[in-house]
Write a new protein. Structure first.
Length: 321
């Protein structure tokens, strides 16, 4: 296992290099740069002033030279300076990271808490009323756009019924500590539900289909024939094997949650990394956008490594060496 992890970590280096080259090339090819936006609202600048500004920001150099310099700084943890927020990109991302992690973790926990028991019950009671209801729910969950569902939640719970705040992360003027934590918990349910709906639906489908396949296997019938209680058979024998496909889906779900976070955070004005990515892209603050994309790439590759390791824990037959 240790050699496998080391080998995978070494393989991450060329993958991240390739991603960084593609991202840098795409952002460099985008129309306009930070100097063009900076001088757009400043009349009276001469061409010499523009040339001097481009030299200060290093935009007068060829793209490959700028990429090598950026890569050298990034290897030391310096991802540049945000023109919009006037602070280092790494500091800006770390400040927003906690908000995105809390939202993504809540959405993932909610999806698993609903999908696993519903999927198991639906598989064990195939063609029952709850099974049909669960199937209808999964079709709804995978079909509804995240932004539309978020707007509907805001309209119903925030505007119409006044049960929950329609957006933001906390109320102004709340004292730090437990009062602030309790206040933030009021703002979390709506974006968590909006972000977790599609994954809740897909996890339910995978859990149901996997459990249906496992309960028909010979080892489950043998366990029942030995007189083991039904709960023991499901919990100790069937569920562990049925969760292996779900672990695979989890490896894809984490990047999906991170990809859905910009839409959800924008709709609910949630100050996380996703909203920061949208704002920096629209504002042509490409240093921030590139830093966030590279951060997401590292998280996606790391999660896939953890998923592969989880295979060996769930299924002892899987060997990596």
């Amino acid at each position: 296992m240790q050699r496998y992890v080391i080998r995978r970590l070494v393989q991450m280096v060329p993958i991240l290099l390739g991603i960084s080259i593609v991202v840098f090339a795409l952002l460099a090819a985008a129309p306009g740069d930070q100097v063009d936006l900076l001088i757009s609202g400043v009349p009276g600048l001469t061409p010499a002033d523009v040339i001097r500004l481009k030299h200060v920001y290093g935009l007068d150099e060829p793209p490959h030279v700028r990429y090598v310099k950026w890569l050298e700084r990034a290897a030391q943890g310096d991802f540049g300076w945000s023109r919009t927020y006037r602070e280092p990109v790494a500091t800006l991302i770390l400040d927003r990271l906690g908000n995105t992690v809390s939202l993504a973790a809540g959405a993932l926990a909610l999806a698993l808490a609903v999908a696993i028991p519903v999927g198991i019950y639906s598989a064990l009671h195939q063609y029952s009323a709850l099974d049909y209801a669960a199937t209808l729910f999964t079709f709804f969950g995978v079909s509804v756009p995240v932004f539309w569902f978020g707007i509907m939640l805001i309209y119903l719970f925030g505007v119409n019924w006044h049960l929950l705040p329609p957006g933001g992360i906390n109320s102004p003027g709340v004292a730090p500590g437990l009062p602030l934590l309790a206040d933030r918990l009021k703002y979390l349910p709506l974006p968590t539900l909006a972000l977790g709906l599609v994954f809740m639906a897909s996890f339910t489908r995978y859990t149901r289909s996997s459990m249906l396949e496992v309960v028909r296997q010979d080892f489950v019938r043998t366990a029942r024939a030995k007189g083991l209680p039904g709960r023991v058979v499901i919990r100790r024998h069937a569920l562990r094997n049925a969760l292996i496909p779900l672990v695979t889906v989890l490896g894809v779900a984490v990047p999906g949650i991170l990809a859905g976070a910009p839409l959800t955070e924008t709709v609910f004005s949630w100050p996380g990394v996703g909203k920061l990515l949208v704002d920096s892209t629209l504002g042509a603050d490409y240093a921030v956008a590139q830093g966030i994309i590279m951060f997401i790439a590292v998280m996606v590759i790391g999660v896939n490594l953890l998923v592969d390791i989880a295979y060996g824990i769930l299924d002892p037959r899987i060997r990596f060496d």
